[in-house]
Design a protein around this ligand. Structure first.
Ligand code: ZN
Length: 339
């Protein structure tokens, strides 16, 4: 006999007796047993298993186990590892919100993203320096299509640079796909009047040049919605929407969009938003390089390759096949940005 350590993730836990769920436990097996034998023993259907790690390495189901191996069994995408994406061979993903200028090792990031089925990225700027960098990166990137969006983020306002930043956005307006990331953030300690002022200037730009807007509305959901409504801006994404339901209803009624992020793994506010918005009004994003939590209490820094995650969670929330979700979200995104 050999003994291994086993951990089973998320919904697959339902196959285990109560006392073994959500923790690592020891399992005794015959010599020469494989992962398949574990599944048989525990009654977990093979088709629901999409990734097995043995001692943190990818493994096939027929690999023979050794005494002391640590085995982790995941359902589809219940992991930060890119490997399950190989299994379903995904294409057609668009990450609509990436802080490309803040990501190290862009080459690897683009390769991983391409490999994970990401076709294009919308790179958002937040201040004068980042806007300039975003434009440069968008021009010179060949690996993946990068569409630049420029803006002054509410938490990045520098009083001395407002004019020069706005001038830069105007000068490059023909090259940008949207104005963003812009908005209000009342959880952050920046003078509210100043936030309103800068937000309004940029909404005027969007109206004048007929550009969509990408909106940051943390702690100021209602206020953001009311201001956007004042302008002739037909296309707005309320990025990573996690605000109240009554504002969400108004957002939907006005024909605006929300974006879904990997926070769907744990954020009840965000999950509720996605539940209550028709899928035709949803796009997906990672807000890379933001740090997200996972169900098992770890954290990770998102990259564009992780944009599959909100897709998976949407497919669960809306009860639609993953490929169908990808198709609808791609259509939404193309329609929204007019690629
Ligand atoms: Zn952002």
């Amino acid at each position: 006999m050999i003994e291994i350590s086993l951990r089973v993730y998320a919904e697959l836990n339902d196959y285990l007796p109560e006392e073994l769920r959500k923790k690592e436990f020891k399992l005794s097996l015959q010599e020469n047993s494989t992962v398949n034998d574990i599944l048989l023993k525990l009654g977990i259907p093979k088709q629901e298993v999409h990734l097995v790690l043995i001692n943190s390495e990818n493994s096939l189901l027929d690999r023979i186990l050794k005494h002391g191996d640590r085995v982790s069994i995941y359902p589809i995408f219940e992991t930060i590892d890119i490997s399950p994406i190989k299994i379903v061979n995904i294409t057609g993903l668009i990450d609509t919100h990436v802080h490309l200028d803040e990501i190290d090792n862009l080459q690897e990031t683009f390769n991983d993203a391409r490999y994970a089925g990401v076709e294009s990225i919308v790179a958002v700027g937040v201040n004068r320096q980042s806007n300039q960098k975003i434009l440069e990166l968008a021009y010179k990137c060949n690996e993946i299509k990068v569409y630049p969006a420029l803006g002054i983020h509410p938490t990045e306002i520098n009083n001395d640079e407002i004019d020069v930043s706005i001038k830069f956005i105007k000068e490059n307006i023909d090259s940008v796909i949207a104005i963003g990331e812009i908005g209000l953030d009342f959880w952050y300690n920046v003078n509210k009047e100043l936030q309103y002022k800068v937000f309004r200037i940029q909404l005027e730009l969007a109206e004048k040049y007929n550009k969509p807007v990408i909106i940051h509305s943390r702690g100021a959901w209602e206020e953001c919605f009311e201001i956007v409504k004042e302008y002739k801006v037909d296309k707005a994404i309320f990025h990573w929407y996690s605000g109240p339901q009554n504002v969400l209803e108004k957002i939907v009624q006005s024909g605006y969009f929300i974006s879904a992020t990997p926070a769907l793994e744990y954020s009840s506010h965000h999950i509720n938003a996605v539940k209550n918005v028709p899928i035709e009004k949803i796009v997906v994003e990672t807000d890379s390089p933001v740090r997200y939590k996972t169900v098992d209490g770890k954290t990770y820094v998102a990259k564009p390759k992780d944009v599959i995650k909100p897709v998976i969670y949407i497919s669960r929330i809306k009860n639609l096949p993953v490929n169908e979700v990808i198709k609808i979200i791609k259509e939404n995104t193309i329609k929204f940005f007019n690629f």
